[in-house]
Design a protein around this ligand. Structure first.
Ligand SMILES: [Zn+2]
Length: 314
């Protein structure tokens, strides 16, 4: 009797073991596969990132060499058209001469405008602009941290136009009412005056004057700016760098130059933000392509600039 019991006991044990194995084996397989998926996912993310970086470098190099070819074709017979820095000096002299002679007529003006700065990229942008002796316009936001102070001042000292975007850049707040917009803009204007000594009069609405976020009729805000003798500027060319998705520097250059020939005055919308590396990378190639265009010059926004408006003033 006891022998039978022992045998039954052993069978029961085997059965339990089998049952446990049947649960453990599939579960651990699933767990291993899950970990493997996560690992591969992370690897894929980094490989993609690396690929984007390489793509951007290749495209920047391609557009730079393309612009060099165009410029070379235009400067007939001149073998000394380029300095070691790659800037087309003869082209620049030509434009300067035209400027001196007062031949403003028929010259296409291109405005490089940067929204949302200062950022960790502002210094790089300013360095590139200085290298090409190009002046731009910065529609800045309010950043009180110490590290940004020198950047506001560099913009002014290096001859660029300091203009206002929004202190907080929080759409929900600034477009809540006319009062909240005015409060935000005044705060920025005073902050910029305290920081740089410049009393700014040029603005750009976050999202542009045609934004659909504002709870206030944009005409009301435009009217306020008119009363204050402030001028607002929209844009007629988008670089495409506003997107949160990755955009290559080659695409930025193409977006900016594709329709440039259609305008006598082109205001290009770009962004100065920490995550917008492609914009910085695109800048040298973009400037070179614009400088290689006939009768075209890059200028900062001044009182002479004819503003681009997305909605009419009345
Ligand atoms: Zn903005």
């Amino acid at each position: 009797m006891a022998e039978i019991d022992a045998e039954q006991e052993a069978r029961l044990k085997r059965f339990r073991l089998m049952k446990r194995l049947l649960v453990i084996v599939p579960l651990s397989t699933i767990l291993i596969l899950f970990c493997l998926c996560i690992f591969l996912g992370i690897r894929l993310h980094f490989v993609k990132k690396e690929l984007h970086k390489l793509q951007a470098r290749v495209e920047t190099m391609a557009s730079v060499s393309e612009s060099a070819d165009t410029a070379a074709a235009q400067t007939t017979g001149s073998t000394e058209a380029y300095t070691s820095s790659g800037v087309d000096e003869s082209r620049r002299t030509e434009i300067d001469a035209q400027e001196d002679a007062g031949e403003e007529e028929g010259i296409r003006k291109v405005y490089l405008t940067f929204d949302d700065g200062p950022s960790s990229n502002t210094g790089r942008i300013l360095d590139i602009l200085a290298e090409y002796d190009v002046k731009a316009t910065f529609f800045v936001v309010g950043k009180e941290e110490e590290l940004y102070q020198p950047l506001y001042n560099r913009i002014v000292e290096e001859g660029h136009t300091l203009a206002m975007h929004s202190y907080s850049h929080k759409y929900q707040e600034i477009y809540q009412s006319k009062e909240s917009y005015v409060e935000d803009l005044t705060r920025l204007q005073e902050f910029l005056y305290d920081t740089t000594g410049v009393w700014c009069r040029y603005c750009r609405f976050p999202g542009g004057s045609s934004n659909t976020v504002s709870k206030v009729d944009m005409h009301e805000l435009i009217e306020y700016l008119d009363e204050q003798d402030m001028t607002y500027f929209d844009w007629n060319i988008v670089s495409g760098d506003a997107t949160s998705d990755y955009i290559s520097s080659g695409d930025i250059i193409r977006n900016c130059t594709r329709k440039l020939g259609e305008f006598d005055e082109a205001i290009i919308l770009m962004h100065d933000a920490a995550e917008k590396d492609s914009t910085v990378k695109a800048l040298p190639g973009l400037i070179e392509q614009i400088q290689a265009m006939e009768n075209t010059k890059i200028v900062p926004i001044t009182d002479d600039t004819e503003p681009i408006h997305h909605i009419s003033n009345d």
